[in-house]
Design a protein around this ligand. Sequence first.
Ligand SMILES: *[C@@H]1O[C@H](CO)[C@@H](O)[C@H](O)[C@H]1NC(C)=O
Length: 428
Amino acid sequence: MKIVSMFLALASLTQAAPSHQNQYQNDLSNRQAGSWPFGPFVTSAGKIRDTTGKNIVYAGTNWPGHGEVMIPEGLQYQSIEYIVTKIKSIGMNAIRLTFAIEMIDQIYANNGQDITIQRAFTQALGQANGTRILNQVLAKNPQFTASTTRLQVFDAVAAELARQQIYVHLDNHISKGMWCCSGTDGNTWWGDTYFNTANWVRGLSYMANHGRNWAGLVSIGLRNEPREPTNNNALRSSSYNWQSLYNFHKQGASAISKANPALLIFLSGINYDTTVAPFFDGSTLSPGNTRFSLSDFPGYANKLVLEVHNYETGINSCSSLQYNLFNKGFKAMTSEAKIQFPVLLTEFGFAMDANTWRGTYATCLASYLPSQKAGWTIWVLAGSYYVREGIQDYDEGWGLLTRDWREWRSQGYVDGLFRGMVRNSLAG
Ligand SMILES: *[C@@H]1O[C@H](CO)[C@@H](O)[C@H](O)[C@H]1NC(C)=O
């Protein structure tokens, strides 16, 4: 999610929930017995397939865990079980769970031990508010204590999602834990202020390996919204191009494949991941002369998926929006592509008020994505954030939920369009 997205678009379980522990263990053994999630998934041309040969489409939402606190959001207001039940109640089957590389950096800096949620909240929110919010989290989620770690919260989220049979897609959203994304946030591109390439590879490996214990983890994204470092001319001119992106993606994909060969690996494109065209259309990767080649992904070429984002919220022509989406991404699912891939729209979103959903953008996506059999995760499963851009308890107007994470923020959207979009995406 980028801050100025609309303008640009217009211009262009060690301590898992005790009550679920047995279920979680069951899920692990069931996986071996060949039941849900019927992984590992593989790709076949433009499709994702499970072990039964069924085509898999994601219809889900983004659950942020990459903010300053680096803990999945919303837990001071509701229990994990409540939030997951809410997702399940309208049939969504996937969560794009975001994390920051900084979390893994801190684990390495702390002799391999993650920090406690008590420390995470007080570091990010201050002593008084951090303690108050921690106590609210513990009241709503009594399986945790002050000494529970951040990763144990991620584990508990993953366990509950598995219990309710919702796939987990891990997403490396940013390096430094904070709101994403802008051209000047230091997280834009490999080599930017906070975006150390070696730490990124290490963080991806760590989470891919850690996620081996999550029954429902099926895929991971290499990097959210690669973008131009607008305040760093040297980096921009030396590295912001398709050829470099391809090289970084090869590095990240190789590391993930070694750490957890079961996972699908999602590749993103430049310009805030609004296009992945050179990956599927057979063109040279500028400024070089090489092309995307499946042989660069030896042994895991059938794990590669493309992801794109779209925030053309002001568009007034559905055919223009479809044209853009097709040519920048979804063509890869068809025989018109030189190399076929499954493609997902892992971010789109808009103000969750009474009427925005009735506009061209939301209605067009609600029909187009199911018609393409394309997966998607809407931005965003939130009501508020622990902190965003310096504001604590930030009320998220684009969130699916009310500030207290209790009700749908736009019941009209959910009943009038969204439920049907989920149903149509998962039909047949
Ligand atoms: C602490 O929380 C209170 C109540 O939500 C809020 O008004 C205040 O701004 C917060 N403090 C900081 C430093 O953000």
